[in-house]
Structures are given as C-alpha cells and as structure tokens.
Design a protein around this ligand. Structure first.
Ligand code: NAP
Length: 248
C-alpha cells in the first residue's frame, strides 16, 4: 500500500465502470486522483467523494474538446503541480451487429474515432510536458481485446481500438525515455458499457474464456496499477487482461 504516495494520477472517463474502479485503486495506493468526464457530473462527484485520502477532484473535459483538455492540463499544473500517471480510459461505443452496415452511420463512426483515437492523442498532447517533469511518467491507454479479435461492440469500435494500440507504439517511441506508454486490453468486463448485452451473448463469452469468468472493473484497475508501478521496463506494449479469451 502507499506505492503512489505524493504522486498524481488522472483518469479520463472516471465517472463509472473501469475508470471509477481505477480511480479507487490508485487513491488506495496514496495517489491524488483527478477524474474527467464528459457530461456525468453527478456520477463523477460521487466517485471522487468516495475515494480514500485527500486532494482528489473532478474536471469536466470531453476527450473530443482539445481546448478543454488544454485548460485541464493548465489546471492540473497549477493545482497539483505534477502528473505521474495518465489513464486514457474514456471511450464511446454501442452494440451494432457487424453485418448491419446501415446502422453504423457516418456520424457515429466519426464520433467513435474522435473519442477513442483522436481524443487519446489530444489528451497526451495536452499533458505530455507535465508527465515528462520530475523523473518521467506513464500513459496507460485502455484498449480492448476487440483490437486483436475484431469482435467488439461494432466494427468502428474494434477498428478504433486497433488504431489505439498502433498509436501506443508510436507514442512510446516518440515520448521515450521520459514517458512510458502502454495499452491495457480488457476482454469483456461487466460495466454499464456492456450491461445492455443479451445474457446469452455474455454467457457465450464466458464459455470461450479459459479462466471461466469475465473480468471485473477492479481486475482492469489492478492491471493498470501494475503497468504504472511494476512494469517499469515496458513501453509500446499491449497487456491483455481477458482471462485468456484470445486463446480461443
Ligand atoms: N466494459 C467492457 O467490457 C470493456 C471491454 C474492453 C475495453 N473496454 C474499455 O474500457 C474503457 C472503459 O469502459 P467502461 O465499460 O468502464 O465504460 P463506461 O461505463 O461506458 O464509462 C465510460 C466513461 O467514459 C466517459 N466518456 C465517454 N465519452 C467521453 C468523452 N468524450 N470525454 C470524456 N469522458 C468520456 C463516460 O463519462 P460521460 O458519461 O460523462 O461521457 C464514462 O465515465 C473504455 O476505453 C472501453 O473501450 C471496456
């Protein structure tokens, strides 16, 4: 415990699900945690109020609003004065059968790419000088097994996470040696994101997962913590957290 004492972590999309669990795990390790959200202010406030320790706060900043991200970085520079861990967790999706081409319209395709790909780049661009300060930091991009299996909630989502994993490699190269960049790739996790999935779809995933269960948001948060604290010689890599689902 206390491995992140005196450190600051920022979790995008921290108002529920994997982001909220990650905020909780980082705070329990002694970090001051800043979470961002797009429009779920009440949920975000409740998450921060429940965190152990002091100095946590919420910033409203959509991943698709680069000006808001720049303001958020200025605010962290002024208030916390440092950033050690940036968790790019915010993402958009909804289930659309891969064969239903008309349901995946251009507007939603673009919204997914703007949030899940450009949003991560824009967030790193905004926070990179803070991360490079005082011994360097780490960026953890929350990807998905969908990047590798192309089986995600819709075709654009899978493609966005494949693009994200590719960008993790570019960013790792561009930001070394000060900043490590790693993707953490969950399989199916039970959150609001997947709560609308039919029970038989979830059961099919469990049946095809060697460890015989879906990951929890806390499993993913602990993997993100491990990347930040223990995998100190790892950058430009994708760490699967999928119960072995990709083994088939
Ligand atoms: N759940 C799974 O099975 C699963 C599997 C693999 C990968 N993942 C990945 O894990 C991450 C978290 O997933 P989750 O299931 O915890 O999602 P979730 O429950 O839907 O939460 C998504 C979070 O992202 C925020 N968000 C969405 N768009 C945003 C934007 N433009 N700017 C800032 N925040 C934004 C949401 O806040 P607002 O409501 O305020 O927008 C919310 O806090 C995502 O990257 C997802 O792709 C999830």
């Amino acid at each position: 415990m206390g491995r992140l004492k005196n450190q600051v972590a920022l979790v995008t999309g921290g108002s529920r699900g994997i982001g909220a669990a990650t905020a909780q795990i980082f705070a329990a390790e002694g970090a001051r945690v800043v979470i961002t959200h797009r429009d779920s202010a009440d949920e975000a406030t409740a998450v921060v109020e429940a965190l152990p320790g002091d100095g946590h706060r919420v910033i409203q900043a959509s991943a698709v609003d680069s000006d808001a991200l720049a303001r958020a970085a200025a605010s962290v520079a002024e208030t916390e004065g440092r950033l050690d861990v940036l968790v790019n967790n915010a993402a958009r999706s909804r289930p659309i059968p891969h064969g239903d081409f008309d349901a995946l319209d251009d507007e939603f395709f673009d919204a997914i790419m703007q949030t899940n790909v450009r949003g991560v780049f824009a967030t790193v661009r905004a926070f990179r000088s803070l991360l490079a300060y005082d011994g360097g930091g780490v960026v953890v991009n929350v990807s998905s097994l969908a990047a590798r299996m192309a089986e995600g909630s819709n075709i654009a989502y899978s493609a966005s996470k494949a693009a994200l994993d590719n960008m993790t490699v570019s960013l790792a190269r561009a930001l070394a040696p000060e900043i490590r960049v790693v993707s953490v790739a969950p399989g199916l996790v039970l959150t609001k994101f997947t709560s609308t999935w039919a029970p038989e779809v979830r059961q099919r995933q469990i049946d095809r997962t060697p460890l015989g269960r879906l990951a929890t948001p806390e499993d993913i948060g602990r993997a993100i913590l491990a990347v930040a604290t223990d995998l100190t010689a790892t950058t430009g890599a994708v760490v699967p957290v999928d119960g072995g689902r990709q083994l088939g």
